[in-house]
Design a protein around this ligand. Structure first.
Ligand code: A2P
Length: 335
C-alpha cells in the first residue's frame, strides 16, 4: 500500500539520509512532501530522478499525510507533531521531545518491534548512541542478563548536524593552512585535532555533572530493553570524525558468558556484523561503517577485573542506523 509521506527537516543531515534510504529501499510512496524552515522554501531536491520543491513547515503542512518523519530538533517536534496528529498522520520522531513519554513507544526494530503497536500516533526514534549499543547488547541480555553497562562514546560531528560537519572541515583546513583566525560558531572549543567531552555542545551540564546525552543513554537503554533494573553509566565524547559513532562498552552480566559465546551470538544477531579478527588488525572502524546499515562489533574480550564481564567496541553510522534508517524501519513495520 503506497502512502503519503512528509519529511520534516528534509534539508538536514538526517533529512538527506531519509531521502537516500526511502529511495534505495523502494519505500511505497504515493506523495513525498519535503518540509524545512522558511530559509529553504523553494529549494529543489532530487529524489528518484525528479526535482521536489522544499516547502516551509507550517501547521497546515500535514493534510493528507499518512506518515511524518520528523528530524528538525526537539522544539520543532514539540510544536508541529500535534498538528501532524490532528491531520491524522502517524509521526516517527527522531528528536528527544517525546522519547520518555509513557504512551510513546521508543523503538529499535531489532530489539523491541512489539512495542510499535502500543503507539497513539507518535513513535520515537532513540538517540543515535543508544540505538547502536542496544542492537549489540540485546542478544547478550537475553542469554546472560545484563546487570550493568559502562559506556564511553566517540561520536562523529554529523550527529550535531550539517553545520557541525562544515565547522570541522573548515577548522581543519584553517589549521592545516596555518591560519590562526578561524571563527567557531558551534563547538565551544576547537574540534579539529581535538576531543570534546560535552554532548550536546550547547547544553548546560546537569547538577550531577552529566550531560543530557549521557542521561539519554541511561534512560533510553532501559526503556528499549524493557528492563528498568539495568544500571547504565555513560561518558559521551565528540571526536573529529565526520560519520560513524564508536563506543567502548563494558557489560557485567548475571550469568557467566564467555567471549567466544558472545561472538557466536552476535554473528547471528539481526542488524549486527561481527568484525573481530585482531590477529589481522580487523575491528570495527567509523570509516568502514559510514554509509552502511549494520552495527559493527569487535574487540570482544572478557573483562578480567570481574567475574562476569565483557568488553567490546561497537561502531555504526550515526546518521543511518542511528537516525534515518531506524526511523524508516519503524515506518516499514507500521505499514
Ligand atoms: P533548514 O535547512 O531550512 O534550516 P541539521 O540537523 O543538519 O542541522 O538539520 C536541521 C533540519 O531542521 C534542517 O532541515 C532545517 O531546515 C530544519 N529546521 C530547522 N529549523 C526549522 C524550522 N524552524 N522549521 C522547519 N524546519 C527547521
Amino acid at each position: 500500500m503506497a502512502v503519503n509521506v512528509a519529511v520534516v527537516g528534509a534539508t538536514g543531515a538526517v533529512g538527506e539520509e531519509f531521502l537516500k534510504i526511502l529511495e534505495s529501499r523502494k519505500f511505497p510512496l504515493k506523495e513525498l512532501r519535503l518540509l524545512a524552515s522558511k530559509r529553504s522554501a523553494g529549494k529543489k531536491i532530487r529524489f528518484c530522478g525528479v526535482d521536489y520543491t522544499v516547502q516551509e513547515l507550517t501547521k497546515h503542512s500535514f493534510q493528507g499525510i499518512k506518515i511524518a518523519l520528523f528530524s528538525a530538533g526537539a522544539s520543532i517536534s514539540r510544536e508541529y507533531v500535534p498538528y501532524a496528529l490532528e491531520s491524522g498522520a502517524i509521526c516517527v520522531d527522531n528528536s528527544s521531545a517525546f522519547r520518555m513519554d509513557d504512551d510513546v513507544p521508543l523503538v529499535v526494530p531489532e530489539v523491541n518491534p512489539h512495542d510499535i503497536v502500543k503507539h497513539h500516533g507518535v513513535i520515537a526514534n532513540p538517540n543515535c548512541s543508544t540505538i547502536q549499543m542496544v542492537v549489540a547488547l540485546k542478544p547478550i541480555h537475553d542469554v546472560a542478563r545484563i546487570k550493568r553497562i559502562v559506556v564511553s562514546t566517540y561520536q562523529a560531528v554529523s550527529g550535531a548536524g550539517l553545520k557541525a560537519v562544515d565547522e570541522l572541515q573548515r577548522e581543519t583546513a584553517s589549521i592545516l593552512g596555518g591560519k590562526g583566525d578561524f571563527k567557531r560558531n558551534l563547538f565551544p572549543h576547537q574540534i579539529a585535532f581535538n576531543v570534546l567531552p560535552q554532548i550536546p555542545q550547547n547544553d548546560a551540564f546537569l547538577p550531577n555533572g552529566y550531560t543530557s546525552e549521557e542521561v539519554k543513554m541511561v534512560n533510553e537503554t532501559r526503556k528499549i530493553m524493557g528492563d528498568h533494573n539495568i544500571r547504565v553509566t555513560a561518558t559521551t565524547v565528540r571526536v573529529p570524525v565526520i560519520r560513524g559513532h564508536s563506543e567502548s562498552v563494558n557489560v557485567e552480566t548475571e550469568k557467566k558468558i564467555t567471549a567466544a559465546e558472545v561472538k557466536k551470538l552476535l554473528s547471528a544477531a539481526p542488524g549486527v556484523k561481527l568484525v573481530d579478527d585482531p590477529a589481522n588488525q580487523l575491528y570495527p572502524l567509523a570509516t568502514a561503517a559510514a554509509g552502511r546499515d549494520e552495527v559493527f562489533v569487535g574487540r570482544i574480550r572478557e573483562d578480567e577485573s570481574i567475574d562476569n564481564g565483557i568488553n567490546m567496541w561497537i561502531v555504526s553510522d550515526n546518521v543511518r542506523k542511528g537516525a534515518a534508517l531506524n526511523a524508516i524501519q519503524i515506518a516499514e513495520k507500521l505499514l
